[in-house]
Design a protein around this ligand. Structure first.
Ligand code: 4AD
Ligand code: MG
Length: 477
C-alpha cells in the first residue's frame, strides 16, 4: 500500500479503501481522535483509534508533536468538521514527543514566542500556511518570467564593488580579525585577503543583471541580498530575497507596466492555487482585527485586498504631484507626520508613502520621476536636469514594495554623475563599457520578496514570513 499525503487523502474520492499516512500529531482527544497533519495542507486528517485494540503503552505515546505512521480504512466521517476519516488498524510511533516540554502546545502562542521556536513554528497552522504561500509565490514568479521570455540569471552573492550604494554592506573576509595584515599606512591590507581586494555580500544583483539584459534581452535574478543597516523595523531584514528583472529597449513606462502586470499575475496565481491557506489567513486576520478599535481596522479582509490589487489599475503619480498632495494633507498641516513635508526635494518616509496609499489614493501607487539627488547614480536623468526616471511601487500595509528605474544609458552623463558622487570609474569599468559598446535604453526593478509575502499573507512583521530572519543582534538557527 502506498503512503498518501493528507492533502491527497482529503481531495481524492477513495473512501472504503485501506490507506497509510505519516504525519505529526496535532491533538489526541478522548483517547480516540488523532488530528494528524503532514504539512501537505492546512487541514488535518482525523484518525479514529479504537482504544480497545491497542496497548495502553502505545496510546500513551500518541502525544502532540509525535510523528506517527497510521494505516486504516478511509471512511466517510461520522463527525462534524471533516468529510473523511481513517479508522485506524495499525499505528506505529515513528518519533516520540515529550508532551511536557514540546513548545508547540495546542493553544494560541504569541508570534514572539514562535520566533524563538522558529525551528518548530511551521508545525502551526499560521506558519505552515505562510510558508506554503511563500513557496507558491516563488514558483509563480519563476513561472511568470519564464512564460514571458525572461532568462533566469544567477548574479554573484560576493561582490567586489561597493558602488551601488543601496545600503551598508557585510564584509566578506578570511583575514584574521584579531591580527590582520596592515599596509605601511596602518590600514588593513586587503591585497592579502582571499580575493586580493575588499569584498562584501551583495545588496542587489542589478548592475550585473544590466550586463546580461544588454545581451540576452530580458533577464531576472531572484536571490538573497544583504544589508547591514541597523534597522529594527517590521519591514527590514538584514538578509532578504530580491527579484530583479532587467530589460533592454524598455523605458520607464514599460517598466511600470511590467511591475504592475507581474505583481497582479503572481498574486492572482495564489488566489487560484492557495485557496485554503488564504482562507485560513483571512480568518486569522479578521479575528486579529476584531481586537482593534474600529478606526484601525482595515476596510477589506485579506482575500478582498489581494483581489482588489489584481483587479484595479495602480495609480501612477509623479513625485512632484505627490509632494503637493502631502504638503496640503491634514497630517502635514496638523504636524502629525514625524517628518513634515515642506518643500520639493524632500525624501519620502514610510509614513508619507502609507498616507498616499492607504488614506489618499486607497490603492497601490507608482510614484515616478524623483529628485535626482535622493536616488541612485545609475538612474536616467530627465531633460529637466533635476529629476530621474525612478519609480517606487507602494502597497497598502507594506509601503515600498518595488524600487526601480530606467537606467542612464549615456556614457558621458553617467561618467559625470559618478564623478560628482566620487564613484571611481576603475571600480565600474565593466558597467561603463556597456555604455560604450551598443548602449541602449533599458530598465528594471527590484521587488523585496518578503514584502510581497507579507502582503499576500496579511502578516504584519517581516520576521514572520521568512524561515529564519536575520536582523540586528539576531542570527539564531
Ligand atoms: O529600493 P531598493 O534598494 O532597490 C534596489 O536595490 C535596486 N537595485 C533594484 C533594481 O532596480 N534592480 O530595493 C528593492 C526592494 C525594495 O523596494 C524593498 O521591497 C526591498 O527591496 N527591500 C527590503 N526588503 C527587506 N528588508 C530590507 N532591508 C530591504 N531593503 C529593500
Ligand atoms: Mg528603494
Amino acid at each position: 500500500m502506498t503512503t498518501k499525503t493528507v492533502a491527497e487523502l482529503l481531495s481524492e474520492d477513495i473512501t472504503l479503501q485501506d490507506v497509510s499516512v505519516k504525519g505529526w500529531v496535532r491533538t489526541f482527544r478522548a483517547n480516540r481522535f488523532i488530528a494528524l497533519n503532514d504539512g501537505s495542507t492546512i487541514n488535518n486528517i482525523q484518525c479514529v483509534v479504537d482504544f480497545e485494540n491497542f496497548e495502553e503503552n502505545l496510546l500513551k505515546r500518541i502525544t502532540t508533536g509525535a510523528a506517527v505512521y497510521v494505516t486504516g480504512e478511509l471512511v466517510e466521517s461520522q463527525g462534524k468538521g471533516q468529510s473523511v476519516e481513517i479508522q485506524v488498524k495499525e499505528l506505529e510511533i515513528l518519533g516520540d514527543s515529550d508532551p511536557e516540554t514540546y513548545p508547540i502546545q495546542p493553544k494560541k502562542h504569541s508570534f514572539e514566542f514562535l520566533r524563538e521556536n522558529a525551528h518548530l513554528r511551521t508545525r502551526t497552522n499560521t506558519f505552515s500556511a505562510v510558508m506554503r504561500l511563500r513557496s507558491s509565490l516563488s514558483f509563480a514568479i519563476h513561472k511568470y518570467f519564464t512564460e514571458n521570455g525572461f532568462y533566469n540569471m544567477h548574479t554573484p552573492i560576493i561582490t567586489g564593488s561597493d558602488a551601488e550604494g543601496a545600503g551598508e554592506m557585510f564584509r566578506v573576509s578570511t583575514l584574521d580579525a584579531k591580527n590582520p595584515p596592515l599596509t605601511d599606512d596602518g590600514d588593513v591590507n586587503y591585497k592579502e585577503d582571499f580575493f586580493g581586494k575588499e569584498t562584501n555580500l551583495t545588496v542587489s544583483g542589478q548592475l550585473e543583471a544590466e550586463t546580461y539584459a544588454l545581451s540576452l534581452g530580458k533577464v531576472y535574478t531572484f536571490g538573497p541580498t544583504f544589508r547591514a543597516e541597523n534597522s529594527n523595523t517590521s519591514r527590514h531584514l538584514a538578509e532578504f530575497w530580491m527579484i530583479e528583472p532587467e530589460v533592454a529597449f524598455m523605458d520607464l513606462a514599460g517598466n511600470m507596466d511590467l511591475a504592475e502586470n507581474f505583481l497582479k499575475s503572481v498574486l492572482s496565481y495564489t488566489l487560484e492555487h492557495n485557496k485554503e491557506d488564504l482562507e485560513f489567513l483571512d480568518e486569522r486576520l479578521r479575528k486579529e482585527e476584531e481586537k482593534l478599535p474600529q478606526a484601525e481596522r482595515s476596510p477589506m479582509n485579506l482575500i478582498d485586498k489581494i483581489r482588489f490589487v489584481v483587479d484595479n489599475n495602480f495609480k501612477r503619480v509623479s513625485y512632484t504631484e505627490a509632494i503637493d498632495i502631502l504638503r496640503n494633507s491634514k497630517p502635514n498641516k496638523k504636524k502629525k507626520f514625524n517628518y513634515l513635508i515642506e518643500e520639493w526635494g524632500a525624501d519620502l518616509q514610510s509614513e508619507h508613502e502609507r498616507f498616499l496609499v492607504e488614506k489618499h489614493f486607497k490603492c497601490p501607487v507608482i510614484l515616478f520621476d524623483y529628485p535626482a539627488n535622493i536616488k541612485a547614480f545609475y538612474m536616467r536623468l530627465n531633460d529637466d536636469g533635476k529629476t530621474v526616471r525612478a519609480m517606487d511601487v507602494l502597497f497598502p500595509g507594506v509601503g515600498e514594495m518595488v524600487g526601480g528605474s530606467q537606467r542612464e544609458e549615456r556614457l558621458g552623463v553617467l561618467q559625470e554623475k559618478m564623478k560628482a558622487l566620487d564613484i571611481p570609474e576603475e571600480e565600474l569599468w565593466w558597467y561603463l563599457e556597456l555604455r560604450k559598446y551598443g548602449t541602449a535604453v533599458h530598465s528594471g526593478f527590484g521587488l523585496g520578496f518578503e514584502r510581497l509575502v507579507m502582503f499576500a499573507t496579511g502578516m504584519s512583521n517581516i520576521r514572520d514570513v521568512i524561515p529564519y530572519p536575520r536582523t540586528p543582534q539576531n542570527a539564531e538557527f
